[in-house]
Design a protein around this ligand. Structure first.
Ligand code: PXL
Length: 280
């Protein structure tokens, strides 16, 4: 059985980060170990959330694991809340990264042209450096633009623009770069990826559902890394994750009086399992 260690916060209510990653990775039939980076009462889209930082726990946890000689098939980082956590993750990759496992970074910090509360351009600069150590990175267009210090163009861009961003991200050092939330056609939304070793691009599009929910990036990233651990190729893992995320959004929208803070990813688990079989 494969084992992923995922490093991100626990937002107690809000369906994002660890409360999404743990069940999705488990549903994929993959073990999930966690390093919780902070405990928040809710994610940061709510007003008045509490925040308890757990940075001081990271080194003791890693030191214990080194003594136990624990190995991980993937290291997956999501929302990280401080410069110190970025520095500690860089060390964590050195300690637990091997030639056989993968470092997967979702550089969670922004969407729709804006940084989430508490993040700065300088944080994006440091996140860009951390991404240089990754095998796979999956920023959205906003996060990529902040990391590259490029102007964010929400739409009306062409394929050459996206390919340029993917190559610039690869120049940071990441082996495979993926951009989420890419759209060249009205009503379609998807991902475009770049495999730097082969100088090859690929893409996958689904229907665009014009509603915005929190946590969809975490649903997508968790399913993608879970699928990779099940032996699917990067392209098929991204396809699986995209189809699962879209289905989760559809299930949410179909529910009367649904809330907008997270998606019904739980009800789409049967589809995730089907996709894992179909795309292997
Ligand atoms: O879904 C990303 C995410 C994770 N963790 C926290 C967040 C967010 C997005 O806003 O606030 C705490």
């Amino acid at each position: 059985m494969k084992r992923i260690v995922t490093v991100q916060d626990i937002s107690c209510v809000g369906k994002c980060s660890l409360t999404v990653a743990l069940p999705i990775i488990s549903a994929c039939g993959v073990e999930a170990a966690v390093v919780p980076t902070a405990v928040l009462s809710t994610h940061t889209a709510f007003q008045g959330f509490t925040f308890h930082d757990l940075t001081d726990e990271i080194t003791p946890i890693a030191e214990h694991w080194k003594k136990e000689n624990f190995k991980f098939d993937a290291i997956y980082t999501g929302y990280l809340g401080s410069f110190e956590q970025l520095r500690l993750m860089s060390k964590f990759f050195d300690d637990f990264g091997t030639d056989d496992n993968i470092v997967f970074i979702d550089p969670v910090m922004a969407d729709n042209g804006r940084l989430y509360p508490g993040f700065t351009q300088e944080f994006a600069d440091e996140m860009a450096k951390l991404c240089g150590k990754a095998d796979i990175i999956v920023p959205n267009l906003t996060e990529a633009c902040f990391m590259l210090r490029r102007e964010y163009i929400p739409e009306d861009y062409d394929e050459a623009y996206i390919k340029g961003i993917l190559k610039d991200l690869a120049a940071l050092g990441a082996k495979n770069t993926v951009l989420t939330g890419v759209s060249f056609e009205k009503g379609k939304l998807g991902v475009m990826g770049y495999v730097s070793e082969e100088d090859r691009f690929f893409s996958y599009y689904t229907e665009r559902i014009d509603v915005s929910f929190h946590g969809t990036g975490d649903v997508f990233a968790s399913a993608c890394v879970g699928a990779l651990m099940r032996g699917l190729s990067l392209e098929n893992s991204l396809k699986t994750a995209a189809n699962y995320t879209v289905d989760s959004i559809k299930k949410t929208v179909a529910e009367p009086n649904h809330n907008t803070y997270g998606v019904n990813f739980e009800q789409s688990v049967p589809l995730l399992l089907e996709e894992l079989e179909k795309n292997k």
